[in-house]
Design a protein around this ligand. Sequence first.
Ligand SMILES: [Zn+2]
Length: 372
Amino acid sequence: MADTPRFVLLALDGFPLRYFRPTVAPNLWRLGQEGGFCPEGGRSGLPSTTYPGFASLLTGAGQGGTGVRTTASRPGAVPGWVGTDRVLLPTIVHAAEEAGLRTAVVVGDHHLSRVLRFDDLERAWPPGAVVPAGTELDAHGCPTNAAVCGPALEAVADPSVDLVFVHLNETDTLGHDLGPNAPATGECARAADALVGEIVDALRPDWNRTVIAVVSDHDMARRLPLSPIDPSAGRECAGLVDDWIADGCAAWVRLAPGADAHMAINRLAALEGVESWRWREPATLLLLAAPGRVFAAPWIPLSGVHGSTQTARTLAIVGGGHAVVAELGRAIEARPPRLQDWAPTLAPVLGIDLPGADGLNMFEACEIASAG
Ligand SMILES: [Zn+2]
């Protein structure tokens, strides 16, 4: 069956959107020109951080469904009131396996593998979410893109695999440590793009069956040398905060039992460096920092941060030779896709169900838009 699709979902963690241009990322650019891309970028949820983003991308559900609401953790676990550290819904990969399709996942952050429950998949790298001894690691202890390259190319070159998920982490690490504008971060983006080129080349023999989507989980913003925000420190918020946890330039706050919600929101939102907030049941507030600011944490990235509305944009590029690519390209050009819209769009083409998904099928959303 010549037109049975093969899907490759390729994620570039924290890839700064500004590098999606022909001089830095010629392979991504060409892919987008031939297939399609969203000029203003796709959308991540808030906080715009890694684990909530990928949980939504892979399950097709918002945080209410995935249960994953933060990338931060404390020694041992994510505090239960914030959310879970293992996704609650089946990912598109698990659903594909369930439907009898062949899948492969290659993930450059073994912690993310656990969040997504990829440690229970047969064809996963790193196997069991444990990085093999001798693997080259980046400054954050995650496999480098060079280390991920071999398993990624092997997975995409195998025509019997129907769905491949590849995650490259290194752009996130460099963006945090050096800032999104640093020459070395640009070089890292360029190298990630070269790897995209190799992946596309490996797919060429089967191009007519191929649908490739390239996304990122969030953008990256420069951190300014200003003191971190601590919502529990000031006298004005005394007695209002029961617990809180920073997630880059966002922070989850649980209000103290009996605290007046309106007063708490007013005072927390007025803290220096806080730009906006979102209310979440029960008695939980997501604070979002102004550009350049960050919330206090045991470890704060030196130069680049994400989490707020400022970094809630993602790469959204499609390519491949399969018949659905042109329509998919038109859909994402017409309307920025949210991370949770990708899986519900791809699943029906693969003939699989995604229980619990609440994202939009972009094909249907596109029809509605053109009909209206
Ligand atoms: Zn990330």
